[in-house]
Write a protein that binds this ligand. Structure first.
Ligand code: SAM
Length: 230
C-alpha cells in the first residue's frame, strides 16, 4: 500500500495542494519526492491514488490519478459506548477501535466514571482516528460523539445492544446474527452500578461475558470489538 495521507476537503482526479501537518508528514517525515506514489483519502469511503507532483517549503502538490473504493468497512454499524480510560489508555482505545472497524464511539459518563473529557480532548482523539486510518487503510473515519450519560444512551441506542458484564456467562455469539448492527457498552474501571445494569436490561440490553478474568476497560472493549466484527 502506498503511503496514505488524509486531506480534509473534497478530492477528485487532477492536482491538489496539501498544506499543514499532512504536507510536513509527506515532505519531511516520509521524505517523499516528485514521482513518488501516494494515496489520499478524506473519509468519504473512497481513496485517491496519485503521485507527488512538486514539493515546496510549506506545501506539496499531488497529481491524483484515479479513484478506488476498496471494501474495508464492516458490512454493519458497530457502535461502542465506553467511559474513556485515563491518559494514554484512551489513545490506545481509539487507535485500536479504529483498526477493528468500529463506526461510532460514544464516550460514556456513568455513576463511577472518573474521566470527563472536554471538547479539546475529543478533538485530539479524532486526530488519533485519522492516524490509525492512515495506517490501517480505512477510508471512513470512526466518529467520536459527544460525551453521553449512560441513563440517556441506554434508552436511545439501537440495533442489537450488548453490555459487557463481569461474571456473565452468555457469549455474544449466542445472541447476535452476523450482519446485524450492534451497539456494545463497556463499564468504567469501577464497573456499572446495579441500577445501571437494571436500567439497561429493562431497556432491552443483553449482558455478555468475556471470560473468567476481570479485564481493564480498554481490554474489554477491544475483545468485544473483535468478537463483534467476526
Ligand atoms: N469491579 C468491576 C466490576 O465487577 O464490574 C470491574 C470493572 S472492569 C475493570 C471494567 C468493565 O470491563 C466492566 O464494567 C465490564 O463492562 C468490562 N469487563 C471486564 N472484564 C469483563 C469480563 N470478564 N466479562 C465481561 N465484561 C468485562
Amino acid at each position: 500500500m502506498a503511503d496514505r495521507f488524509y486531506i480534509n476537503s473534497a478530492l477528485s482526479p487532477g492536482l491538489v495542494s496539501v498544506s499543514g501537518p499532512e504536507a510536513h508528514h509527506l515532505a519531511v517525515v516520509c521524505r517523499l519526492r516528485p514521482g513518488d506514489a501516494v494515496t489520499l483519502f478524506n473519509g468519504d469511503g473512497h481513496e485517491y491514488p496519485g503521485r507527488v507532483a512538486s514539493v515546496a517549503k510549506k506545501s506539496v502538490t499531488i497529481d491524483i490519478q484515479g479513484i478506488a473504493s476498496p471494501e474495508r468497512e464492516l458490512p454493519f454499524r458497530l457502535t461502542f459506548a465506553v467511559p474513556l480510560p485515563k491518559g494514554d489508555r484512551a489513545d490506545v482505545l481509539v487507535e485500536k477501535l479504529t483498526e477493528l472497524g468500529v463506526t461510532d464511539l460514544v464516550p460514556l459518563s456513568t455513576a463511577r466514571s472518573v474521566v470527563h473529557p472536554r471538547d479539546a480532548k475529543l478533538e485530539r482523539l479524532q486526530r488519533h482516528v485519522i492516524e490509525a486510518s492512515k495506517q490501517c487503510g480505512r477510508n471512513v473515519l470512526m466518529q467520536i460523539h459527544p460525551v453521553t450519560a449512560w441513563a440517556d444512551f441506554c434508552r436511545t441506542a439501537t440495533g442489537v445492544r450488548v453490555l459487557a458484564h463481569v461474571g456473565e456467562t452468555v457469549a455474544i455469539s449466542e445472541i447476535r446474527k452476523l450482519g446485524e448492527d450492534v451497539t456494545a457498552a463497556v463499564g468504567p474501571e469501577g464497573g456499572f452500578t446495579e441500577e445501571e445494569v437494571f436500567a439497561a436490561r429493562a431497556a432491552g440490553w443483553q449482558a455478555v461475558g468475556l471470560g473468567r478474568t476481570v479485564l481493564r476497560v480498554e481490554t474489554a472493549a477491544l475483545a468485544l470489538a473483535v468478537l463483534c466484527g467476526r
